[in-house]
Design a protein around this ligand. Structure first.
Ligand SMILES: [Zn+2]
Length: 369
């Protein structure tokens, strides 16, 4: 490792040396990459000094060379990025993600060039399958890929597939497989939808409703937003609710929060994130309403888990406070509102001991005749 000044460094043997040894790349705390011509170290400005390329949104904490033209950077935002250095600097895509709370400490390529190993602040060593980067005509080989599996979790999306042809290939294989199993499936489903369930969940990519409860297309009407907030002034959510209850006549509404929710974690903290802070304010209100119970929990992780549960219940209560649900109950419509929490670490969803199915269950102040 050599220190170039107080804000930047090049790590490892040849980890930042590309273009057959003629260029040196170093990340910096500002997120910029500095590029030197080999041997021209003394001056600090181009043409003989380092060239500066601004690009990363946060500090570049580690890097490794992939080949003579590309490197992988590890950021303080937990993201591993594929960056082309020559002929032109540019981001090619994301190779891995530790999560924003876990800056990437080290990233290295295996000798066989098939996996990237990275270590984050959570002390977990992760391996990322990047063999496809070194295959010839990678994108044309997508047809040979194995069928899409419901169990795989590591990114299968090829960041080099900028036209998304691989996704459309996946889609065609999936449609063919469904049709093979049930030749009339798409014909029937195209006529109308009759879902019995409205799912209100978090936008988090790790909490997909249909997959979690193993239901197919046509079975879940779905609304997702950051941290599964239901708010009486959100026209989007209320429109979904109205359509689901009054037109589709769903029989169950599941508000499903999830542990490790970035939205709830952000609301629990005091950082400014911009516009989204206004949305997360709803969760701060949940905290305020349950402050005493929450602050009796000394363990921070358990307290956050409890806040996630309270937030799901609060959203479920807000569903019941709507005139849409109250009118349905008044008319005798069969409708139950549930609050659940899904555990990303085990894949298990559980009931939160909260369930409502009668107008009498609604807190009096929210009742509308
Ligand atoms: Zn979430």
């Amino acid at each position: 490792m050599c220190l170039m000044d107080e804000n930047m460094m090049a790590t490892g043997d040849d980890e930042g040396v590309v273009k057959n040894g003629t260029q040196v790349v170093a990340g910096s705390q500002s997120g910029a990459l500095y590029l030197w011509q080999w041997g021209e170290w003394k001056t600090k400005t181009p043409p003989s000094g380092p060239d500066r390329w601004v690009g990363h949104p946060s500090s570049v904490d580690s890097q490794c060379k992939l080949d003579e033209e590309t490197i992988c950077t590890g950021g303080s935002d937990g993201i591993l990025r594929l960056v082309t250095i020559v002929p032109k600097r540019r981001f090619e895509g994301v190779l891995g993600d530790h999560g924003e709370d876990f800056p990437v400490e080290r990233v290295r390529m295996t000798a066989q060039q098939d996996f990237l190993g990275s270590c984050g602040h959570d002390l977990q060593l992760r391996f990322w399958d990047v063999g496809f980067l070194f295959e010839q005509e990678t994108i044309d080989q997508t047809e040979n890929r194995s069928p899409v599996s419901a169990t795989a979790t590591v990114n299968k999306f090829n960041p080099l597939d900028v036209n998304l042809d691989g996704l459309l290939d996946n889609n065609r294989r999936w449609a063919a497989a469904v049709e093979q199993e049930d030749p009339d499936f798409f014909k029937h489903i195209a006529v109308k939808q009759e879902p019995k369930i409205l799912w209100i969940g978090c936008s988090d990519s790790r909490a997909p409703a249909n997959q979690i409860v193993q239901l197919g297309p046509g079975e879940i009407f779905e609304h997702r937003n950051i941290a599964n907030v239901v708010n009486h002034s959100d026209l989007n959510c209320l429109s979904v609710l109205q359509y689901a209850v009054e037109v589709l006549k769903v029989e169950h509404i599941i508000v499903c929060g999830h542990y490790n929710c970035g939205g709830v974690t952000a609301a629990y903290g005091h950082h400014q994130y911009g516009l989204i802070d206004n949305w997360l304010r709803n969760i701060k209100d949940v905290y305020r309403l349950h402050r005493k119970e929450l602050e009796e929990i000394k363990d921070e992780t358990l307290r956050l888990r409890q806040l996630i549960e309270f937030n799901a219940i609060s959203s479920a209560e807000n569903v019941c406070h709507s005139t849409i649900v109250q009118n349905a109950w008044s008319k005798g419509q069969k409708l139950t509102v549930h609050a659940w929490a899904y555990d990303l670490e085990s894949g298990i969803a559980k009931k939160l001991n909260w369930c409502r199915s009668h107008i009498q269950d609604v807190n009096n102040i929210y009742m509308a005749a």
